[in-house]
Design a protein around this ligand. Structure first.
Ligand SMILES: [Zn+2]
Length: 347
């Protein structure tokens, strides 16, 4: 009985090598493993055997069946492969045929355009362009910037906290609310004197409308060194105003509180549209608030490892998104993140 089964296996393995097409493979398979196949016949013989012997032969029969199935599967795969290769070979591509639809080139996003313009200006004044993580630790985004836990300023910058990434006890991960998060990182990495800008995306948990969006862009600036004064900051603001809206554009600095500067200012530009007379864009005030900044708070310098008794500096955070909206007269902030081609093709 065992001999017969081995013989069956040998026979199949020899015959299957001679098969040259899928049909004869199937026929052969059927001949051995089909309902009336040779193996089935042998199995029926098994019923006549004594219990112990039947078990042993049953095991061998299963092994033979498995060997036949494996050989069959292998040849099947080979036919599949041949058919695929044949299909690919017969596909003909005319490389001279024109493409589908118009051949559009795409353009640079308006936020990126303004960002690149400002990068040109600042690098010409000796600033480095730095980058920082968008998923930031609570420490760099708030605490290091003189905004400890439970500080009321946190309420105005509600953001997205990310669970499961706690670095250490009490230090949560947040989507950064401001590019200022890179200030202390930069001070620790590069020391002083430093002149750097940090353009990038920021996030807030906002109820979105025409003026509020969960994602927006800022351009942070940081200058720290010996003898840096408020007048240096004003000079930089004036240079930016001249560069963006023409030489002689008026600016003014109004006091404003930010936890990470002392004193802090709300830097305003004379409205480029109405030249100070008052219009819809400047909400009839004649001025546009686009340049918040101030002298870096001693606590922030200390976090960066800098001695505030020796060094001083200023920082600012331009609203890139706002500058873009003003420049192009965009009335709804949501267009900028929409990815809508009807909007993007205008730039
Ligand atoms: Zn105006």
């Amino acid at each position: 009985m065992k001999k017969e089964l081995d013989q069956l296996k040998k026979e199949f393995l020899t015959l299957v090598e001679r098969v040259s097409d899928r049909d004869s493979l199937e026929t052969l398979h059927n001949e051995f493993l089909g309902r009336k196949g040779k193996l089935k016949g042998a199995m029926q013989e098994m019923a006549k055997l004594a219990d112990g012997e039947r078990k042993a032969i049953g095991k061998i029969a299963n092994e033979v069946k498995e060997a036949i199935e494996i050989a069959y599967g292998g040849h099947q795969a080979q036919f599949n492969k041949q058919e695929r290769e044949h299909a690919m070979g017969s596909e003909w591509v005319d490389v001279t045929q024109p493409g589908l639809g118009e051949n559009s080139k795409g353009s640079i996003h308006p936020v990126t355009q303004v960002q690149q313009d400002l990068e040109d200006l600042f690098t010409s004044m000796g600033f480095m362009v730095l980058d920082g993580p968008e998923l930031e630790s609570d420490y760099y985004n708030f605490t290091a910037l003189n905004i400890p836990p439970a500080h009321p300023a946190r309420d105005m910058q509600d953001t997205f906290y990310v669970e499961g990434h706690e670095k250490k006890e009490g230090d949560k991960w947040v989507m950064r609310t401001q590019t200022s998060s890179v200030q202390v990182r930069a001070l620790r990495e590069y020391g002083v004197p430093i002149r750097a800008i940090i353009p990038g995306r920021c996030f807030r948990n906002e109820a979105t409308d025409a003026r509020h969006e969960h994602t927006f862009h800022q351009l942070e600036g940081l200058v720290v060194g010996k003898g840096i004064t408020f007048a240096d900051m004003k000079g930089v603001f004036q240079a930016v105003a001249d560069y963006l809206y023409g030489k002689g554009t008026k600016i003014r600095l109004m006091p404003k509180f930010y936890p990470f500067v002392e004193p802090g200012v709300r830097g305003e530009l004379e409205c480029f549209l109405c030249k100070g007379k008052g219009c819809r864009v400047c909400k009839q005030s004649g001025w546009l608030e686009v340049m918040p900044g101030g002298m870096v708070h001693p606590n922030v310098l200390r976090e960066g490892g800098i001695d505030p008794e020796v060094y001083s500096g200023f920082a600012f955070g331009f609203g890139l998104t706002r500058l873009v909206m003003l420049k192009y007269g965009i009335d709804d902030i949501r267009h900028l993140e929409s990815g809508d081609l009807r909007f993007l093709k205008q730039f």
